[in-house]
Design a protein around this ligand. Sequence first.
Ligand code: TRP
Length: 452
Amino acid sequence: MAHFDNNNRESWASRTGFILAAAGSAIGLGNIWRFPYMTGEHGGAAFLIIYLIAIVLIGYPVMVNEIIIGRKTNRNPVGAFKALAPQTPWYIVGGLGVFTGFVILSYYAVVAGWSLAYIFKVIASTTTPGINHADVFVGHITSVWEPIFWQALFMVLTAGVIAAGVVKGIQRCVTVLMPVLLVILVILILRAITLPGAGEGLAYYLRPDFSEVTGRTLLGAISQAFFTLSLGMGVLITYGSYLTAKDEVPGNAVSIVGLDTGIALMAGFAIFPAVFALGFEPGAGPGLVFITLPAVFAEMPLGVFFGILFFLLLSIAALTSAISLLEVVAAWLIDEKGWARGKAAAMMGIIIFIVGLPATLGYSVLSGVTTPILDMDLLDTYDWFANSIFLPLGGLLAAIFTGYIWGARNAIDEANKGAVGFRIGAWWGFLIRYVVPVLIIVIMAVGLYDLF
Ligand code: TRP
């Protein structure tokens, strides 16, 4: 079957355009905030090993699957399933992805807004002696208008990039920002590991402690693999749809996974040595980045400078991820509903901002509102539905689709088109038909069982 024609659809302007955009999507809050903390909590290097296995067994095959569905059809997730399986309900899997992108971006923009605000807040935090860093953070998220302002600003930036187009918007943005991100991260690592006492943090991060490995560690490793690689909702179907049959896939997917994992590992090297060297606890959740780190910077020579750099890094990582989420929604409206790109970006930017407001207000006007059963605040509830339900479900259904409907053989042939060097083989079909579905079902079952 020929590639589906799609007149005047954009393509990446270079091979690195696609890799940087996909790596930009993958590298985000998940790498710089979640990964180091998960690793530390779950036995350091022991978690790392399990996570790397999850990346190979689930992350890589699912990534290739999404990219080829996109490249084959040159369509958004809904249109892609319609093209591959006409007159069937499989397009609903694409629809689920578009919906999930909507939900993730709505709360992602809230946390990204905190990060933008902290580029400035960290100045006062690091230069005011005796300041209480927890009060600063809580003060920020509980003040009604301030976080809304930064969330709105972040959405404007995201929508602006999407409105500018695939090459002039997304590709240009990641081409400038990803190298900046790398440079900032390297500077922060050099600072952290040269602090006196850094060794203790390195030990905490790298000591393989298998005694702390439990079922939850496995769950944690796999959910981290999905989230950090931007899998399960069609980001890579959409980005893959801007590839042509001449572009290669198996090797590019290796590069994307490698960049994402490398940056996550590096974030750990920037954070733990500094936290330990200055005598802080590697606390959990948002606190580590927004409370502990400003306290760490306050103690450090030239801390203001490194503090600003850190939140710039976090904001850049968040922006290049957010644009991928909005692009999925925009591509659906452009392809399926015939909307102009600018209109899709602007309208969806506004609506997603509004949908995210309860998550922001959950810390101020709506504080104390928790969801039944989950017993989580509103932002955590958005996050839970997206990451524990919709992403694994999306990845599972897409794997079943390819393994049993489209056909693993067809998919392997498609994936190897344009491949130079590394190719996938029958092993990939085995992973996508058996290993990926079984592992995802078991993990979701255990996760839901845990809840009730
Ligand atoms: N991968 C990003 C991170 O690590 C988040 C993200 C962007 C994402 N797009 C996604 C997660 C799509 C799941 C699906 O922060």
